[in-house]
Design a protein around this ligand. Structure first.
Ligand SMILES: Cc1ncc(COP(=O)(O)O)c(C=O)c1O
Length: 312
């Protein structure tokens, strides 16, 4: 359990980080958030926060869409986060949750004329889906649209869409949902992006198909191109392409990299963890723990001693 939180501009004991039941963000979902992971590297005795600045850049984009004007740069939020996590002293994998929310204690749904606050807490965290191979079900719930509730922004209230899809999937016996756009193309999972492999080409829906522009998605695209030499396409995906794909995978900060081995009761490819998904999975876990010199710049150390890597 966390001992501290960043709340109303300072780091305070977690029990002092409380909001009123009248808070606007609580009543109307007028907030945005991030999910950031920090990975413990036991050999270096170091905790590495993955893609810290990128998460705060997206956080500021989300806040801008919600008509917020936060008094922090991404760099400053990153510094506060390192300070908070260092104070917690975690020596295990950790999840960091910043939220920016409309903080006024008033009745009346709107975005304008309200004050914002930022809160951050960090808590130990393991796997999000309790398996490395998932059975996914296509949800009966459709993805929210950019002109109704923009999926590009990580809006707290928007996650009711994810909650509908996730609960339907789990109650129907699947591990996770795949959600379609209003026009029936594959968008993403309830809280993760989707890739398929067809004839050796890695394919993922474009950012215009109502996805969250995932930071892990971008990492997977880069690693696939630069390390595995794969062709990567961002293009619309039909539902039935899921059924004929050779491989499929979910990726995201929470889920990390999980192979989708069955979709709607049909095996994906051979129904086993495929070679491309496996290679990306293994590479990802090396990279996030700061073990690959080339990608060490993606990892922010929390503690002060940072020994140089002996080899790449
Ligand atoms: C709806 C949704 N899509 C995709 C992702 C993956 O994004 P990221 O890789 O930036 O964590 C998340 C998780 O944050 C999500 O909630």
């Amino acid at each position: 359990m966390p001992q501290y939180a960043f709340f109303k501009g300072q780091i305070v004991p977690i029990e002092d980080a409380k909001i009123s039941i009248m808070t606007h963000g609580f009543n109307y979902g007028t907030g945005c958030f991030e999910g950031i992971r920090a990975y413990w590297n036991p050999i270096e005795e170091q905790l590495y926060i993955f893609k810290l600045l990128e998460h705060y850049e997206r956080f500021l984009h989300s806040s801008r869409i919600l008509l917020m004007n936060l008094p922090f740069s991404a760099q400053r939020l990153a510094e506060i986060t390192v300070e908070l996590v260092r104070l917690e002293g975690y020596r295990e994998d950790t999840y960091i949750r910043p939220v920016a929310y409309k903080a006024d204690e008033v009745v009346g749904v709107r975005l304008h004329g309200l004050q914002e606050q930022v809160s951050i807490f960090a808590t130990p965290f393991g796997r999000y889906i309790d398996t490395e191979t998932a059975h996914a079900g296509v949800a009966s719930w459709r993805r929210i649209d950019d002109n109704s509730v923009p999926a590009r922004a990580k809006i707290t209230g928007a996650y009711i869409n994810s909650a509908f899809a996730k609960t339907e999937a789990v109650l129907n016996g699947y591990d996770e949902a795949i959600v379609l756009t209003q026009d029936g193309h594959v968008s993403e999972g309830s809280a993760e992006n989707v890739f398929i492999v067809r004839d050796g080409v890695l394919i993922t829906p474009p950012v215009t198909d109502n996805i969250l522009e995932g930071i892990t998605r971008k990492v997977i695209i880069e690693l696939a191109r630069d390390e595995l030499g794969l062709q990567v396409l961002e293009r619309p995906i039909d539902r039935t392409e899921l059924y004929v794909a050779d491989e499929a995978l979910f990726c995201g900060t929470g889920v990390q990299v999980v192979a989708i081995t069955k979709i709607d009761h049909r095996p994906v490819g051979t129904g086993a963890f495929g070679p491309i998904a496996k290679a990306l999975h293994n590479l990802y876990f090396e990279v996030v723990r700061g073990k690959v010199r080339k990608y060490r710049r993606w990892c922010t150390p929390v503690y002060v001693n940072v020994p140089e890597l002996a080899s790449a």
